[in-house]
Design a protein around this ligand. Structure first.
Ligand SMILES: O=C(O)C(=O)C[C@]1(C(=O)O)C=C[C@@H](O)C=C1
Length: 397
C-alpha cells in the first residue's frame, strides 16, 4: 500500500481504482476538511500516500482512471520520479478563472454524476438536467452515492431531498449530516409518472404494480381505481427492469417514459400522478463548496441544534426574520446518537425529550452581510451549527 496510490473501492469490490495526480493533490489540499479518525483505514492509507506525493506534477485533469493495476501504478510513480518535473507546460494545472469559480453547473461538461437507482430513474433525469453532458453513474443506495463522491469515484451526486406530495426524504437529511459533502446546487423537476406493462398487456390484466414507495404514494388514485397490489422497490427504473426480466404479464410498473424505452415496456397510461404539479427537488452534492455569489438568487442550507428552553426555536428563527431573510424550508430530525435528554431539576429528571436537529433553507447568499450576521447571531446560542451549502436557486421547471 505504501508504494502506490491504489486502493480497492468498496463500491467496486473487484476492481482497483486509481486516482490521478490532480485528484490526489486535491485530496491532500482538502485533508483539513477530512476527519481522519472517521475515515476507514484504506482512505487513511491513501491520504498518507497522497501527502508524500503532493508535490508530483499533475498529469491528468480527470480525477478517475479506472482499472489501473497496482504494479503499473508503481511503475508510473517510479518513471515520474526518475524523470523529474514535467517540461510540457500544457501538463501543468490550469489556474481557475473567475468563470470557473462562478460557473453554473449547467455549463460543466464530462463530470461524473452519481444518482440512486437504475438508468431511467428520475434521479438520472435530474443529474442530466443539472449537467446535460455528464456521465451518469447509478448507485444502489443513497449512501453509496455519498461515498462515491467522497472516494473520488465520481465528481458529484444528485439526490432527492423533498417531494411536493411525499414531503422530505429523511434518509438524505440524515446522510447530509453524517457525511462531509457540500450542497452546490439544486434541481427541481416535474415528475410525470407512467403506468408501464409488458408489450401486449392491457391495464385491466394487471394484478400488481411495482415502484418506488414515493411513486406509489404519488399515484394513489389510479392504483386504487385499478385495485392492484402495490409492491415497493428501491427505485422506479429498477421496478421496470424487474418486470421486463421476469416477463410477468400481470405485473405493471410506475416509472418514467425513459424507463419504458430502456427496458422495452409499453406505456399504458401517462401522467398518472394525483397532482399535476408533482415536483421533486434534488440536491447537487460535491466534495468542495462553491464560492457563493450575489449575481442571482441564492439559497443557503444549514443545520443546527439548540439547548432546551422556552422560546429557543423562536429566538433562532428571529435571526432571519429580523434581517428580512425568507425561509423556504424547515425540517427537524431526532439526533440519532443522543435521542433522549433528561430535563433539569424542576422536572426532577424524570421527563425525557427527544433532542432535535433543525435543518433550514433560507433565501440569501453567504456572500451577503445579512446572511453572515444571521449566522454569527445564531452561533451565539446554537449548540451546533453547520452550513451545508450555499447555491443558486433553481427556479426552472
Ligand atoms: O425511483 C426513482 O426513480 C427516483 O429517482 C427516486 C424518487 C424519490 O426518491 O422520490 C424520485 C422522484 C420520484 O418522486 C420518485 C422516486
Amino acid at each position: 500500500m505504501a508504494a502506490s496510490h491504489i486502493w480497492v473501492s468498496p463500491l467496486r469490490p473487484h476492481s482497483n481504482v486509481g486516482v490521478s495526480d490532480l485528484g490526489l493533490r486535491r485530496c491532500v489540499d482538502m485533508r483539513c476538511n477530512w476527519d481522519l479518525e472517521r475515515l476507514p483505514r484504506w482512505e487513511c492509507c491513501c491520504l498518507s500516500v497522497l501527502a508524500q506525493r503532493a508535490i508530483t506534477p499533475v498529469e491528468d485533469e480527470k480525477p478517475l482512471i479506472p482499472q489501473v493495476e497496482t504494479s503499473e501504478a508503481i511503475d508510473q510513480v517510479q518513471n515520474t520520479q526518475s524523470r523529474g518535473f514535467h517540461k510540457d507546460l500544457n501538463l501543468l494545472p490550469k489556474p481557475l478563472s473567475a468563470t470557473d469559480i462562478f460557473s453554473s453547473p449547467r455549463n460543466s461538461a464530462k463530470v461524473r454524476v452519481a444518482y440512486q437507482g437504475m438508468p431511467g430513474a428520475y434521479g438520472e433525469a435530474a443529474a442530466l438536467k443539472a449537467y446535460p453532458k455528464c456521465e451518469t453513474v447509478p448507485c444502489e443506495e443513497f449512501e453509496a452515492a455519498f461515498k462515491a463522491v467522497e472516494l473520488w469515484l465520481v465528481d458529484k451526486a444528485v439526490l432527492p431531498i423533498e417531494s411536493s406530495v411525499g414531503g422530505s426524504i429523511h434518509r438524505n437529511y440524515d446522510l447530509l449530516l453524517r457525511h462531509r459533502l457540500h450542497i452546490v446546487g439544486e434541481v427541481q423537476m416535474i415528475v410525470n409518472h407512467c403506468l408501464l406493462g409488458l408489450p401486449g398487456v392491457q391495464k385491466e390484466e394487471l394484478k400488481r404494480v411495482l415502484s418506488h414507495p414515493q411513486a406509489l404514494d404519488q399515484c394513489d388514485m389510479i392504483l386504487t381505481k385499478l385495485g392492484v397490489v402495490r409492491v415497493s422497490t428501491d427505485d422506479t427504473a429498477g421496478a421496470a427492469l424487474m418486470v421486463a426480466a421476469s416477463g410477468e404479464r400481470d405485473s405493471g410498473v410506475i416509472a418514467s417514459d425513459r424507463a419504458a424505452e430502456i427496458y422495452g415496456l409499453n406505456i399504458l397510461l401517462e401522467k398518472i400522478q394525483d397532482d399535476d404539479d408533482n415536483i421533486t427537488r434534488f440536491l447537487i452534492l460535491a466534495r468542495e463548496p462553491i464560492i457563493p455569489g450575489t449575481d442571482r438568487p441564492h439559497k443557503t442550507s444549514i443545520v443546527f441544534t439548540l439547548e432546551e428552553g422556552p422560546g429557543m426555536l423562536f429566538k433562532a428563527l428571529a435571526v432571519f426574520a429580523s434581517r428580512d431573510i425568507n425561509l423556504t424550508k424547515i425540517e427537524s430530525r431526532p439526533q440519532r446518537k443522543r435521542p433522549l435528554r433528561v430535563v433539569d431539576d424542576s422536572n426532577k429528571g424524570s421527563a425525557r425529550y427527544f433532542d432535535y436537529l433543525f435543518y433550514i433553507d433560507f433565501e440569501a447568499s453567504m456572500a451577503e452581510p445579512r446572511a453572515q450576521h444571521a449566522m454569527a447571531h445564531l452561533q451565539e446560542f446554537a449548540s451546533f451549527l453547520r452550513v451545508l451549502g450555499c447555491y443558486a436557486t433553481d427556479s426552472a421547471l
